[in-house]
Design a protein around this ligand. Structure first.
Ligand SMILES: Cc1cc2nc3c(=O)[nH]c(=O)nc-3n(C[C@H](O)[C@H](O)[C@H](O)COP(=O)(O)OP(=O)(O)OC[C@H]3O[C@@H](n4cnc5c(N)ncnc54)[C@H](O)[C@@H]3O)c2cc1C
Length: 179
């Protein structure tokens, strides 16, 4: 799904993906044909099995950065993540996708967590599922949550945010099956 964080996405440095397609053929897909976008790629649609991928990273010197600079950047990102995300509780990452508002010339990113927090939903629980008190865009398993609890809580959050701000949040988490 082209995971990304802090301004970088995995698709940016991916040069080739080798797949087993649904007809049983092994094929190489060039990065231009991977359909990488925000949290998306063709692999979500074609249901092929990824066998391997090739990545090319720019030489650090080309960016004017040393290995030490990159180590420092890495440590900074990890520290930021630890401080802002509920990594000590089971969760599936961001519940809702960022939304783009504004015009084509001046697009603005809408952070779902801000609106969920403003709707007073931090700490709100359904069954064992809870809107994280640390980061409102995370639903955590606070105590024996079922998939149904997670689904119902995410729908409750969508309804509340729509009612209060007129914004329709779209789930980033994909639910498998009916609950
Ligand atoms: C605490 C936390 C923080 C997160 N923060 C971020 C973030 O900042 N940015 C971000 O983008 N995401 C974030 N995520 C989401 C994260 O990117 C996904 O959870 C992760 O990419 C899923 O990969 P996986 O291999 O663990 O899961 P899996 O469930 O194994 O795979 C995920 C999907 O890929 C498919 N898949 C797996 N293997 C293959 C294969 N070989 N070929 C084809 N399809 C396959 C599966 O069927 C499934 O649909 C976060 C998640 C957590 C838990």
């Amino acid at each position: 799904m082209n995971a990304g964080a802090y301004g970088q996405e995995i698709g940016t440095c991916c040069t080739q993906v080798t797949i087993l397609d649904n007809d049983g053929n092994i094929r190489d897909i060039a990065t231009a044909d991977c359909g990488f976008g925000y949290r998306q790629s063709i692999f979500q649609k074609n249901k092929a099995t990824i066998l391997s991928a090739t990545f090319q990273l720019p030489a650090t010197s080309a960016q004017g950065k040393t290995a030490n600079d990159l180590e420092a950047e890495l440590a900074e990102c990890m520290a930021k993540r630890k401080a802002t995300q509920p990594l000590n509780m089971p969760n599936a990452g961001s519940t809702f996708k960022r939304l783009t508002a504004g015009s084509a010339d001046t697009p603005a990113q809408i952070a779902p967590g801000y609106y969920i927090e403003q709707a007073g939903l931090k700490g709100h629980r359904i069954g064992g599922a809870e809107v994280s008190t640390l980061h409102a865009n995370f639903i955590v398993n606070a105590s024996g949550a079922t998939a149904k609890d997670i689904k119902e809580l995410s729908e409750f959050v969508q309804a509340r945010v729509a009612e209060k701000f007129g914004i329709q949040l779209k789930r980033e988490i994909i639910l498998l099956g009916e609950f």
